[in-house]
Design a binder for this molecule. Sequence first.
Ligand SMILES: Nc1ncnc2c1ncn2[C@@H]1O[C@H](COP(=O)(O)OP(=O)(O)O)[C@@H](O)[C@H]1O
Ligand SMILES: [Mg+2]
Length: 167
Amino acid sequence: MSTHAELILKSIGPEHTESIGRAVGERLSAGCVLALVGTLGAGKTMFSRGVAAGNRIPADCTVSSPTFALVNEYPGTLKLFHLDAYRLSGGLELDALGFDEMCESGGAVMIEWADRVAECIPEDHIRVAFEVLAEDSRTLRFAATGERSKQLVENLRRKAKTLLEST
Ligand SMILES: Nc1ncnc2c1ncn2[C@@H]1O[C@H](COP(=O)(O)OP(=O)(O)O)[C@@H](O)[C@H]1O
Ligand SMILES: [Mg+2]
């Protein structure tokens, strides 16, 4: 059986992207890695906010872009790491942040600008590519590789009818 899965969703506004993220956050399991790619302003951080909410982040905890902090850690159902590779020189710097340990901590990981450190992303991961269609609309393209990631995307697909699946 194939260990790949794809799902394309169209978002019609920031809150919509956040709710897609929430649906992903509700489905996380230990070791999940979300590799987020797309230009500045495409919606990666907005989506991450939803993921943290779906993973039941405490109300007093905020999700912001880790561009300067490089890595944020949020409590919730699973420990959730939020990284941004935008300012990293490459994989060595990501290693130095303890990326492998985060992936194997029993928590989940989401990383913005993941293409910059593609060589560090574990084999089993979900790539989420954000594409700007118009001012308020985006395409979110999920591509899962590996059994754990595929299960999440297949599970998300069942919910996708209410999340506007793009045809
Ligand atoms: N459908 C949409 N999904 C996500 N963001 C959107 C959407 N439409 C407009 N936006 C706007 O685009 C910007 C996305 O910012 P952000 O999530 O920080 O992007 P990134 O992290 O990819 O740089 C926000 O200002 C948001 O209000
Ligand atoms: Mg961002």
